[in-house]
Design a protein around this ligand. Structure first.
Ligand SMILES: NC(=O)c1ccc[n+]([C@@H]2O[C@H](COP(=O)([O-])OP(=O)(O)OC[C@H]3O[C@@H](n4cnc5c(N)ncnc54)[C@H](OP(=O)(O)O)[C@@H]3O)[C@@H](O)[C@H]2O)c1
Length: 265
């Protein structure tokens, strides 16, 4: 038995057209899974499926869905289980971030981030989890962040840190409640990576420091154990592990593919 084989498994990756989502989609497909993407913007989903097909030669499909909308998510869970027979793996890679100093943080933005980053995970877990419970098998993999464990030195991340801390505890509580149905729930927490979510942040910080983005990243990573920033590819092994039979007795855990940041953080 190949412990990391996903052959015969159907995986839905929410946020699958994003920087990390696409890398996971490719790795899951290469491990044997049939991969379905889901997010709000159809044009991005279409483009991601085409790019993934060109890269791997495999077929990818998608559903347009706002994971923060319970009605839409419930309908997609029903449709996906009808279309594919069963969904074995749910990856929650959706998320947003907006930065403001804590004392100026607009409450509607705070509420939106908490809803998009945290409540959406409960919504997808409820609706895909109900079908997993019926089959007595499922793997839920949540994408958290090192910011769920250590705050940033400068201002900006009040909502994001609160949201990711909440993702960690939601993961543990879901693991507790869904374990008896054969469903594992785990999370992994990357350090900052270059994806569409962070491109503007890196460009802004580099401008402020009077450097190129590459120079800025080299300075930032100089004190890290692995001496470099992360790429989405640094996280896909952890994601495949958490989706595979290799992790069948692991639940309620948060793993840190962060190049050692939280070891010294
Ligand atoms: N990049 C980093 O440095 C970093 C570090 C640590 C953790 N993370 C976490 O990793 C995950 C993926 O981030 P990323 O860097 O890949 O960002 P990204 O490229 O912006 O991708 C995020 C994806 O989430 C989707 N999304 C957002 N809200 C959604 C909703 N309500 N329903 C469905 N889809 C939704 C977006 O698509 P639509 O807009 O089309 O819906 C997008 O495809 C996030 O949870 C993020 O917090 C990222």
């Amino acid at each position: 038995m190949n412990l990391f084989d996903l052959t015969g498994k159907n995986a839905i990756i929410v946020g699958g057209a994003g920087g990390l989502g696409k890398s996971m989609a490719k790795a899951f497909a290469q491990a044997g899974a049939r991969v379905i993407l889901a997010s709000r913007k159809e044009s991005n989903l279409k483009r991601a499926c085409e790019q993934l097909h060109a890269d791997t030669g495999m077929a990818f499909s998608y559903y347009v869905m706002d994971a923060g909308d319970e009605e839409q998510t419930s309908a997609v869970a029903e449709q996906a289980n009808r279309d594919f027979g069963h969904i074995d793996i749910l990856v929650n890679s959706q998320g947003v971030n907006e930065k403001y100093p804590a004392l100026e943080f607009p409450m509607e933005t705070f509420d939106f981030i908490m809803h998009d980053d945290v409540a959406s995970i409960l919504i997808t877990s409820k609706h895909f989890g109900a079908y997993m419970k019926e089959r007595g098998y499922g793997k839920i993999v949540n994408v958290s962040s090192v910011r769920g464990k250590i705050a940033t030195k400068g201002p900006g991340n009040a909502a994001y840190c609160a949201a990711k801390g909440a993702v960690d505890m939601l993961t543990k509580q879901l693991a507790s409640e869904l374990g008896p149905w054969g469903i594992t729930v785990n999370a992994f927490s990357p350090n900052i990576m270059k994806t569409p979510m962070t491109t503007q942040i890196f460009e802004m910080r580099a401008r402020e420091a009077g450097t190129t983005v590459e120079e800025y990243l080299a300075i930032q990573s100089a004190g890290l154990p692995m001496r470099r920033m992360s790429d989405p590819e640094d996280c896909v092994g952890t994601a495949v592990f958490l989706a595979s039979p290799a992790s069948d007795f692991l639940t309620g855990n948060i793993l840190y593919p962060d190049g050692g940041l939280t070891a010294i953080g």
